[in-house]
Design a protein around this ligand. Structure first.
Ligand SMILES: NC(=O)C1=CN([C@@H]2O[C@H](COP(=O)(O)OP(=O)(O)OC[C@H]3O[C@@H](n4cnc5c(N)ncnc54)[C@H](OP(=O)(O)O)[C@@H]3O)[C@@H](O)[C@H]2O)C=CC1
Ligand SMILES: Nc1nc2c(c(=O)[nH]1)N=C([C@H](O)[C@@H](O)CO)CN2
Length: 239
């Protein structure tokens, strides 16, 4: 049995699409969820190991890492997907927002990558092929974001972790980012926002989760790409 892939924040949207993709391929998965969406029950029925994790505190991160190691001693890959797209307009306490953004997008991947590397190395030793860490960052790593200042800074920190960890763990573990811009809207996004956002890229579409699945499959099948960010942004950088 192939060791599992860990996907954080897979109870909905892109993480859930990734979980369904790997299950359809017969690839074992371990997911984290914070809210017990109905989709988590279904994933569990389909054989996924589903671990509750709230990464909003240091204890929550360490509790998850302990639980993970009780489930497996080997991992094929870690996909750091869990994220909170929060903004200054929705927060009176900027210090708390900054800490929250840095904890979910940088501190959580940092600690999991350091404290769970042994699981990835066990895979590499067992299979004689590199394991993978993939960080879900964001196009705004390149540009910043005036409306999501702390969010963008935390994703830039995650992008930098890609560079450091790829050098730290090569050649046994490859470490890369996938840097999306619009992939899927949120249910509450109104028509005005949707129209404005679609105009930001050359392709002008809401591409859907398959674009992220394709990018992650590319990285998992490569034996050579490491320390890089795959942009999935519809040519937004040229608009
Ligand atoms: N959707 C898009 O168009 C884009 C997405 N991305 C990136 O791609 C990834 C997936 O995006 P998307 O599917 O929209 O993500 P979501 O906004 O749906 O969040 C993914 C999951 O993260 C979980 N999460 C949030 N905060 C915490 C926390 N403190 N502890 C544990 N889990 C938490 C959420 O749990 P819960 O279900 O409990 O809320 C949610 O299920 C993210 O990293 C995102 O930044 C980047 C650019 C565009
Ligand atoms: N955790 C999340 N991060 C981001 C989301 C999201 O829904 N959840 N959405 C975006 C936008 O699609 C943006 O890329 C385009 O407006 C960014 N990050």
């Amino acid at each position: 049995m192939t060791p599992p892939i860990l996907i954080t924040g897979a109870g909905q949207r892109i993480g859930l699409a990734l979980a369904k993709h790997f299950i359809a391929q017969g690839q074992p998965i371990i997911i984290t969820y914070r809210t017990r969406h109905a989709a988590v029950d279904l994933l569990e029925q389909q054989g996924a190991v589903c671990i509750y994790a709230d990464f909003s505190t240091d204890d929550g991160i360490s509790t998850f890492i302990k639980a993970l190691k009780e489930h497996t001693n080997s991992l094929r890959a870690i996909l750091h997907n869990a994220s909170s797209w929060d903004c200054e307009a929705n927060n009176a306490n900027f210090a708390q927002l900054f800490d929250n953004m840095m904890r979910i997008h940088a501190k959580t991947p940092y600690l999991i990558n350091l404290l769970c590397a042994e699981l990835l190395l066990n895979y590499q030793t067992e299979m004689n092929t590199p394991a993978d860490i993939i960080h879900l960052t964001d196009y705004v790593v390149e540009t910043g974001s005036p409306k999501h200042v702390a969010y963008a800074a935390s994703k830039a920190a995650l992008d930098n972790l890609t560079k450091s960890f790829s050098a730290k763990y090569a050649p046994n573990i490859k470490v890369n980012s996938v840097a999306p811009s619009l992939i899927i809207f949120n249910e509450h996004d109104d028509e005005q926002y949707r129209a404005k956002t679609l105009k930001k890229s050359l392709m002008g579409i809401e591409p859907g989760c398959q674009e992220i699945i394709n990018s992650i499959d590319l990285l998992l099948h490569s034996h050579y790409i490491t320390g890089r960010a795959i942009p999935v942004d519809g040519g937004r950088h040229l608009k």
